[in-house]
Design a protein around this ligand. Structure first.
Ligand code: MLT
Length: 325
C-alpha cells in the first residue's frame, strides 16, 4: 500500500476517532437555541423555559437567540446552514410545516435540512382586540369587518407566523380580509394592541391570557374546540359562530442535518428529560402550553408529525392563495 493511501486511511481513522471523541465529550461549550421570533412573544417565553430545562439536563448553558422576520424563516434558515456540531439547535412552531407552502422558494428544506429532536407541546390561541375596539363579541367583530373592512387593522408576526395563520383561517371563515400589520413577533404586536395602535390580533395564550385577565384587552374567542380554564367565560370560535374553527400551535426542537447520531441522541434524551421535569411542566402549563407526553416527545414521532402537518396545511394555504415570497 503506497504512502499516500496510508496517509489517507490514517486521516480517515483519526477523523472518525475525533468525531467519536467529540460526541463522547459533548457538550463542552454553550449551545444556541434559535427562536426565530422577537423577544417578548410566546415563542420566546416557551423557548426560555425549555432552554433552562435543557441547560440542566446537558450541564451546559443553552441560550436563546432571537432572530425574527419573515414568519420565522430567517432564523430557521440560519440553523439549516449552521455547523451540524450540536451547538446550534432550533425551536420552531407550526410554521416549520406551513412555510413549505407559504414560501415555495425558501432557502431550506423543512425536512431534509433538519434532524428532528422532539415535539414540545401545543398552545391554544385567543382572538383579542384593543380595549377601545367598537365590538364586544366575536359576532360584533365579524359584523364590523364585513360592514367596513377598511376601517379595521390586524396584527401578526409575518407571513408564516402562527398569528398570520390564524388570521388566514379567520378571514377565510369570515369571507372578508382587513389591512394587516406585520411585526417581528407578537411581543411587539401586543405592545401596539395595548397602546391602541392596531385593532385586533390572534395570538397564543402565553401573550393573550395575562392581558385579558388584567382587563387590558378584550378576548372574543378561543381557537380550540374546548374553552380555556384560565378564561372560562370566553367562548370557543366554534361556539361563537365560526363552526369547526380549530387551531392550536405546536412547537418542536430540531438540529441541523448531519449532526452526529451520538450527539442527536444526547439532545433527544435531554429534551425528553426536560419535558418530564415537574418544574418545566408547571412553568409551561402556567403559560397555557399542553406539554407533549414522553410517548410524543421522540425524534421519530416528530418526523412523522411534521410530514403529516406539511401535507395537511399545503392545500389549505394554496387554496387561500397566500405566499410569503
Ligand atoms: C407567531 O407565530 O405569531 C409567533 O409565535 C409570535 C411570537 O412568538 O412572537
Amino acid at each position: 500500500m503506497n504512502s499516500s493511501r496510508i496517509i489517507g486511511l490514517t486521516a480517515a481513522v483519526m477523523t472518525t476517532a475525533c468525531g467519536a471523541a467529540a460526541a463522547q465529550d459533548y457538550p463542552t461549550k454553550q449551545i444556541s437555541m434559535m427562536m426565530p421570533f422577537a423577544a417578548g412573544g410566546p415563542g420566546d417565553a416557551i423557548a426560555r423555559i425549555v432552554a433552562q430545562g435543557m441547560s440542566e439536563a446537558l450541564k451546559q448553558q443553552v441560550f436563546v437567540e432571537n432572530v425574527g422576520g419573515a414568519g420565522g424563516t430567517i432564523g430557521t434558515a440560519r440553523v439549516a446552514a449552521a455547523n451540524p456540531d450540536g451547538y446550534s439547535i432550533l425551536m420552531m412552531h407550526i410554521g416549520q410545516a406551513t412555510n413549505v407552502a407559504l414560501y415555495p422558494n425558501i432557502k431550506y428544506d423543512a425536512i431534509k435540512d433538519f434532524e428532528p429532536i422532539g415535539l414540545v407541546g401545543e398552545v391554544p390561541m385567543v382572538i383579542v382586540s384593543k380595549k377601545a375596539f367598537a365590538a364586544d363579541t366575536l359576532k360584533g367583530l365579524v359584523d364590523k369587518i364585513r360592514a367596513d373592512k377598511d376601517s379595521v387593522t390586524y396584527a401578526h408576526a409575518g407571513i408564516g407566523s402562527a398569528s398570520h395563520l390564524c388570521g388566514l383561517l379567520f378571514f377565510s371563515a369570515v369571507g372578508a380580509e382587513v389591512r394587516q400589520v406585520p411585526y417581528r413577533g407578537t411581543g411587539p404586536a401586543m405592545n401596539d394592541l395595548l397602546g391602541g395602535q392596531v385593532d385586533f390580533l390572534c395570538d397564543q395564550t402565553v401573550n393573550t391570557v395575562p392581558n385579558a385577565v388584567a382587563g387590558n384587552i378584550k378576548a372574543f374567542a378561543v381557537t380550540t374546540l374546548t374553552r380555556l380554564t384560565t378564561l372560562p367565560a370566553v367562548p370557543t370560535a366554534d361556539e361563537a359562530g365560526l363552526k369547526g374553527f380549530d387551531l392550536s400551535i405546536w412547537y418542536a426542537n430540531y438540529a441541523p442535518k448531519g449532526t452526529p447520531k451520538p450527539i442527536l441522541d444526547k439532545l433527544a434524551t435531554a429534551h425528553q428529560a426536560t419535558l418530564a421535569s415537574a418544574t418545566v411542566k408547571d412553568k409551561l402549563n402556567g403559560i397555557g402550553v399542553v406539554v407533549a407526553g414522553p410517548e410524543r416527545a421522540t425524534p421519530a414521532v416528530l418526523a412523522a408529525y411534521l410530514k403529516a402537518e406539511i401535507e395537511k396545511w399545503g392545500p389549505v394555504i394554496r387554496k387561500a392563495g397566500v405566499t410569503g415570497q
